[in-house]
Write a protein that binds this ligand. Structure first.
Ligand code: CP
Length: 321
């Protein structure tokens, strides 16, 4: 791989999943691969899992890690070309990204959408400019539209835990929230699950209230449903997640009661394992009884973020020119 910004950067997802599981079994087998190499992690938004798992992954590979909280510690960045910078922005992304590329062999970037202008967010203007100007391989730590390190960890978790016969039924289920959240996690999860479905690993369904449909660009081949109970029938994995509307961009729409996942709804499934990327709002998105119960995979899934990140960094290090 030359970069890791979406599933489209991966030639062979099976190999990457196997690499992640091999690293989980033997974390320090490549601990000299990253010697004298530096990973820079640039955050424009908060993070717990992505920050710590990617740092730990780099350390396991022998890399040096630098973290920049750009939102709190960096200069305010200008992203538009051709503007006279006589306002609040101090440094253009052309210089800022290029300078970071001078200090680092690989850069990670987290840049959430503003959820105001759909075209602006879905064009990934900031992210793409960062990639263009930094001049080194970039790992997405979550962009406006995707969170591929999370999705890889999710796929690793499903592959690792599925002990049934045949293909598991995986359901991405919309859940309530008080805030307008990005579509990056569900877009990305869907994109990876659709790819896995193409490879005959699983069957994939998305269920959401009317008005919360994801962009069709991210859901090729997914079964789309609107009735939660119907979608949950026979499910082996339920991926619970809130997202704001794509159609009425960034809005929290009204929806009927009954979308929070709980033990009552689990009875409709094939004793499904329940996943969530975290952070999760207890008893709003997902019931405490599930989170504290035997069906929850959320901690296991978060643990696999480390092996997903390590597999990606290992591949990038092996392909550094
Ligand atoms: N799931 C996830 O990306 O967590 P953080 O936002 O804490 O990194």
């Amino acid at each position: 791989m030359k970069q890791f910004t979406s599933v489209n950067d991966v030639d062979n997802i099976d190999q990457l999943v196997q690499d992640a599981l091999a690293l989980k079994a033997n974390p320090y087998g490549s601990n000299d691969l990253g010697k004298n190499k530096t990973l820079g992690l640039v955050f424009l938004n908060p993070s717990l899992r992505t920050r710590l798992s990617t740092q730990k992954a780099a350390i396991n590979l022998g890399m040096t890690v630098m973290v920049m909280n750009m939102d709190k510690e960096g200069w305010a960045l200008e992203t538009q070309d051709g503007v006279v910078m006589n306002g609040t922005t101090v440094e253009h992304i052309k210089e800022a990204a290029a300078v970071m590329g001078q200090y680092c062999d690989i850069l990670g970037l987290r840049s959430f959408p503003k959820l105001v202008n759909r075209d602006e967010d879905y064009n990934e203007d900031f992210f793409n400019k960062f990639v263009k100007y930094c001049g080194v391989p970039v790992v997405s730590l979550e962009s406006a539209t995707r969170h591929p390190l999370q999705s890889l960890a999710d796929l690793v978790t499903i592959k690792e835990t599925w002990k049934g016969t045949g293909k598991p039924k995986v359901v991405l289920a919309w859940a309530p929230h008080v805030k307008a959240l990005p579509q990056a996690v569900p877009n990305s999860f869907s994109e990876w699950m659709c790819k896995a479905q193409d490879e005959q690993w699983l069957d994939f369904t998305i269920v959401q209230p009317e008005g919360y449909e994801l962009s069709e660009d991210f859901t090729p081949g997914a079964q789309i449903k609107y009735n939660l109970e119907e979608a949950l029938e026979g499910a082996d994995y339920i991926y619970v997640k809130n997202w704001s509307s794509f159609k009425e961009y960034g809005k929290v729409l009204t929806y009927p009661d009954g979308w929070m996942m709980n033990n009552e709804k689990l009875k409709l499934t094939n004793d499904a394992k329940v996943m969530h990327c975290l952070p999760v709002r207890r008893d709003l998105e997902l019931s405490s009884e599930i989170l504290d119960g035997p069906n929850s995979l959320v901690i296991h899934e978060a643990g696999n973020r480390l092996w997903a990140a390590q597999a990606v960094l290992k591949d990038l290090l092996q392909n550094l020119s």
